[in-house]
Design a protein around this ligand. Sequence first.
Ligand code: DLZ
Length: 161
Amino acid sequence: MSTESFSLNRSNVPDASEMRFGVIVTEWNNDITDKLLEGTLRILKENGAGEHAITIMRVPGSFELIYGCAEMARHGLVDAIIALGCVIRGDTPHFDYICSGVTQELAQQNTNGKIPVINGVLTVNTHEQAEERAGGKLGNKGEEYALTAIMMVDFAWALQK
Ligand code: DLZ
């Protein structure tokens, strides 16, 4: 199944009114990441998250999401972090290094850290593919990242009961 035909079930989303979220957004490709942010905020708020419960911070590029997420988690003020970035393939191997570095490091943070870190980094071949996924014909992936964050906080809290 293509990932493009997959979507999360939106009918039974946990209440997010007591949840606190960190959203870290890259300046690189900010025409795309700002749209991902819009989608993320829309869904967090639609499901009850208050304005005051969402901390938004910016970092230069996707590589800096690693440090940003680790530091935000260390401060312990949020229940989940959503990392929003967009890496577009260029003419050099830089794309591969950034993508694998960010993916591995965010995975490590999920394994070793105390809160879920949602990988909201689009990795695409062209700017057009990014636009399609940031409010274009394939929807806004920021919405999926928000739903995922809510579901993972609910998961974590269910284990604490
Ligand atoms: C350097 C770079 C390049 C070429 N492309 C992107 C990109 O498409 N998306 C992105 O988020 N960041 C890019 N960067 C910047 C790196 O993520 C990082 O900011 C620098 O390598 C400095 O650590």
